[in-house]
Every structure is written in C-alpha cells, then in structure tokens.
Design a protein around this ligand. Sequence first.
Ligand code: ADP
Length: 223
Amino acid sequence: MKQAKRSFLVIGLGRFGESITKTLASFGHEVMAIDKDETKVNKLADLVTQAVQADATDEDVLKELGVSNLDEAVVAIGDDIQASILTTLILKDLGFKRIVAKATNDYHGRVLEKIGADVVIQPEKDMGVRVAHSILFGNFIDLIELSPDYSLVEVSASQAMKGKSLKELNLRAIYGCTVLAIKSKDEEKVNISPSADDVVKDGDVLVLVGTNRDLGMLEKELL
Ligand code: ADP
C-alpha cells in the first residue's frame, strides 16, 4: 500500500537523528533537517528536501525557516538537555501535529512528556529491552511499552502454537494475555481481533497485549 507523503522536521543530526532523517527521506517524505553543526548538515544535504544549519532554540530562526508548514517533528538533540526541552516547547507552541523526542534519561523523558511530546524515546534503553527479549526468546520480534506495566509484543508463532485455535491455546485464561491481531505471512493480511476459532498457522505473527509479568510468563513457556 502506498503511503501518502508526509512532512517532517528533524532537529539534531547525531547518529540517531541522521538515521531517522535518512530513513524518512528514503520513503519519499518531505524532510527538513536542522543541526547547529554545519558538517552534519552538509552530510545530509543531498538526501533531504532542505538541510539547514541553525540553532533550534532560536524561535525566530525557526519561524523564518517556515517550519510551521511541516506537520511532524523529531527532536533528536542528545546530551544538551536544556536545548532539547526548549526546542520541544517551541515546536509545541508552533502547533506541530506530532512531536517525537529523544530523551537521555528518565527525568529528561518525564519533562518531555509533561511539556507535550507525543512520543518519548530513550533509544539505548528501548533497544536494550528489545535485544534482551530477542536473546531470550527466539520467536520475539518487537515490543512496545504502553505504560510501565503494560506492553504490546509481536512474536512469530512457536511450534507449540502452530495448528491450534485461539480457543485451544487459551492464552487469556492461562497467561492473562490478549491476542489483538494475527498477521499471516502468505496472504499478507492482518486479522484484527481474531475469533476463538481462528487457527495459528506456520509463519503467522501474533500481536499480544498484557502486563509485562504475564507476557514474560507466556514468552518463557510458549516461545
Ligand atoms: P547521538 O547520540 O544521536 O549521536 P548527539 O548528542 O551526538 O546524539 O547529537 C545531537 C545533535 O544535536 C548534534 O549533532 C548537535 O550538533 C545537535 N544539536 C544540539 N543542540 C542543538 C541546537 N540547539 N540546535 C540544533 N542542533 C543541535
């Protein structure tokens, strides 16, 4: 399915911001990339719609650049917590539809959430959780933390699951986990809110939601 073209502002072109910028641009979206370091800006100049050397904490400069014409923003400023917070505040005031911000630690993350960042990411911490799960459980694909207690995990069907219906697997009663969707490999379709009689097939991917504890039990025993 072809995605509609979206427009992004990425601020901070360190390793994290650079890789976000390259990926968004490679999907054909409009990207304006800003960093105060000219070398980093020049490196990406040919790949994006506009690459600008500027200090993002200067509201007037951002306004002059017309950043308000863009819909979504990524604040990927790393260690300079003050600059990251101030920039997020300015973008919030400028009315961005969605702001994704990178936090360096939990306190920084809490402040970013409070001032209105829609998604807060701690790349190293988040990646650490994912890698630990993938080391422990071969069928693990991805995890999204919904809250400190609840997560959503994507797993490929294990041998123990294949050929069984959701009724037979009885994941809600045994593990307290709900199957939100089954993605099937061959038909490239997603079965949203599957019924009890739906059978898990080879190559299927299950999207499950539950408490971290319950999901942990399920992973340990079934994956
Ligand atoms: P990473 O871990 O992703 O490499 P860094 O902290 O190294 O993160 O990179 C953050 C980037 O943000 C740097 O390139 C830095 O120049 C840029 N940056 C920091 N403060 C500002 C600011 N006020 N305006 C624009 N860019 C900034």
